[in-house]
Design a protein around this ligand. Sequence first.
Ligand code: SAM
Length: 361
Amino acid sequence: MPQKVISIRSEIRKPGATAPRYDGGPLADTRGRPLRDLRISVTDRCNFRCTYCMPRAVFDANYKFLPHAAILSFEEIARLARVFIGLGVKKIRLTGGEPLLRKDLPHLVAMLAPLGADLTLTTNGSTLVKHAQALRDAGLDRITVSLDSLDEATFRAMNDADFPVEKVLDGIAAAADAGFAPVKINMVVKRGVNDHQIVEAARHWRTHGKPGGHILRFIEFMDVGSTNGWRMDDVIPSAEVVRRISAAFPLEQVGANYAGEVAERWRYQDGAGEIGVISSVTQAFCADCNRMRLSTEGSLYTCLFAQQGHDLKALLRGGASDEAIQDSIAAVWRARDDRYSEIRTADTAKKPKVEMSYIGG
Ligand code: SAM
């Protein structure tokens, strides 16, 4: 069903014949924001069907994932990563879909690690027991594991793949054993679905291992894509998360590690480490957004909520030089003016947007 595919992948703009020469100067968009962070989706496939991300009714047996020939090879990804780093990118996050479903991912990590950016990965943790050490040995700097609930029934219902909590916990332990410290844990909070687990999750991770060994981060449920049935009523504002945890374990706010950090940091007053809250709905951070996203098939997006991408694969496979690719990326960044989360309304939430599994979460 081609229409389904088009609405999910968005419109992709072909590169212009010539972009103005990149002059080597600091890259800023129309709002003065620098380019610092690149997220690379290495696969659009996932073994989970999280109801808020890849609902089974859409991502079913008929759904056409990208064929292998359409997705960027490791060599193409590494070449683009080098070009992005030349434009000022300091941090690269590998994501998806589920990145560990991509065959030989540690090999890609080994190709990217020497380029010098801070290299991170977000995973659902389902196969981390098998891969954690190889990822660390290949040079991965940091890891984030998603785990929305410690309650078995809630977690299985949310991942909609009947996947057990314990296997993800084993994956997190394997990551810590392999030397990732801290391991960050993402928990998307949806009202009436897992918000009863907020304090329980805080209690578990604050006392788990040595203080600061794991950092739990609460993410507001977002209207990414066009298929997850988002409603404002389902969002638990981060302020409420902080209030609920503070009532059990008093928290105090801590300053950001660096400008543009997505998570707001709070630490336990008793010294048992910290949590983060990511409030892209109730406290939009577009003003500091320094991220670009490279989709699995090599389209470039300047916003998680974009409706249109820019085709870098056509340049790569059309024989363009590194300089021409750099010019093209620089031109896209300089023209960027998105600030979706600042202007979000119930109406914008209904507009077609690219799916998170394709663009990279
Ligand atoms: N498969 C990997 C994973 O589960 O972490 C990486 C991709 S996933 C799209 C990246 C992150 O986005 C996960 O932490 C996931 O929970 C989060 N996410 C997906 N859909 C979301 C939504 N609608 N609102 C908020 N966060 C979402």
